[in-house]
Design a protein around this ligand. Sequence first.
Ligand code: ADP
Ligand code: LRH
Length: 500
Amino acid sequence: ASKGAFAAVDLGASSGRVMLGQVRDGSIALEEVDRFPNRPVRVLGTLHWDVLDLYRGVLDGLRAAGAATGAGPDGVASVGIDSWGVDYGLLDADGTLLGNPVHYRDARTQGMPAEVEKVLPAAELYAHTGIQRMPINTLYQLAAAREDSRFRAARQLLLIPDLISYWLTGQRGTELTIASTTQLIDPRTRDWSPVVMDALGVDRGLFPPLRTPGDGAGQLRDDVLAETGLTGPVPVTAVGAHDTASAVAGVPAQGSRFAYIATGTWSLAGVELTSAVLTEESRAANFTNELGVDGTVRYLRNIMGLWLLQECLRAWEAQGTPQELDTLLEEAAEVPGLRSVVDAGSAEFLRPGRMPQRIADVCRRTGQPVPRDPAETTRCVLDSLALAHREAVFDARRLSGQDVETVHIVGGGARNALLCRLTADACGLPVVAGPVEAAAYGNVLVQARTAAAVTGPLGALRALVRSSVRLRQYAPTGDHSAWEQAAARIRTEARTDAGT
Ligand code: ADP
Ligand code: LRH
């Protein structure tokens, strides 16, 4: 029976989408009602998100959602918002946004991890946050921004999904899963870390109160109802506001012996736990303990992901040799595998620009064959990603003690059959691919549970995803030792790099 439709706003680094989910006879019918590109803008040398353009996309999407459902009891029952992690907008004393949010790939965070560690040593920072050392983290962005006049004028900081939620409802809050990407949350208390905040002089008052997935987050403002044509009241529900938290909630796994890889612009590969792993070994392995839906911990590694391919495609287009993704992937499948691999976990690929050349430079530097054309470069990227997936899954299993029998791939990369096949081969484990829109499923399910349209723990929500989507299976094939040798090549390179 229908109890209305749940609108999931899912903002990824490459595109934003509004999806409409309905619970029908033990499954979820999910429909995309709007999709819009997310295109960063460089202004006076600083890379920004065009957040008003994204917000317009959200409003257009909600209007389309209303048009798709009609008014009345079958209309939009609630709205949930998730987005990429770590970025934020600053508000002045009147609640007005102070400028466009800066993009996590902007160069301002360069050298910031080392600056922060002068005040709070890396081991201590990890013991209190369990977060992977990545320059993009909000903590390092704050370290870079603290002297800016804009920052000094700020009275409040809202992470991206919380900012969108504020504009829709007028209510301010900080959702816990997205807050955990700041590197200011202690995963043991699931609250702000006073140690980190005090050491780095971050004012806790900047953050509005924490919310957890399932909490109410206000109702659409009257002007938003008027603009979108929706009939009020329409509540906004806090979901796993970090897209990866929603994606992991939407993994169609059975039981607990699984690893997940959320592959889009990033690959987030790891396991789900009930408590954080804060050991020195875990820190050295650069693992993160982000917070998940229903009290879970997302124990994972951030890997550069399909960003590497997105940036290659952008470069080939700019130089007048545009490539068509489907054809490129077919050609890459014919290229001999594992000729050259790069460390897809390395922050050296974080910034935009010249990606094919940068990949070629690394191959040259490490004495491997240099890819000669787009197909060979693509094969190098996909082999490297599969290898990084393998390393993350194996490390997660080893460091957490969590058994892994199946690897689930969700997100846009689940469409990439070659990547899924290579990941199965690299891990020597069966891969189950799909759904592509796992974040939207996770988002809808948390809303539906709050509205009592579904019941049960995460496992029950996942069973609903399983019965709603067609999944693809990839059994591991090929010579497993070739992957072990390639992994050893990368480890040697990483050690050499660290020494220089
Ligand atoms: P994000 O949420 O970070 O914006 P997505 O989950 O939407 O990312 O994934 C985007 C990626 O999915 C693209 O960069 C592309 O590599 C991959 N992708 C999308 N469509 C296809 C397709 N038809 N075939 C293969 N890969 C695809
Ligand atoms: C993926 C993601 C990832 C990181 C990055 C900034 O979209 O949220 O988990 O936080 O973006």
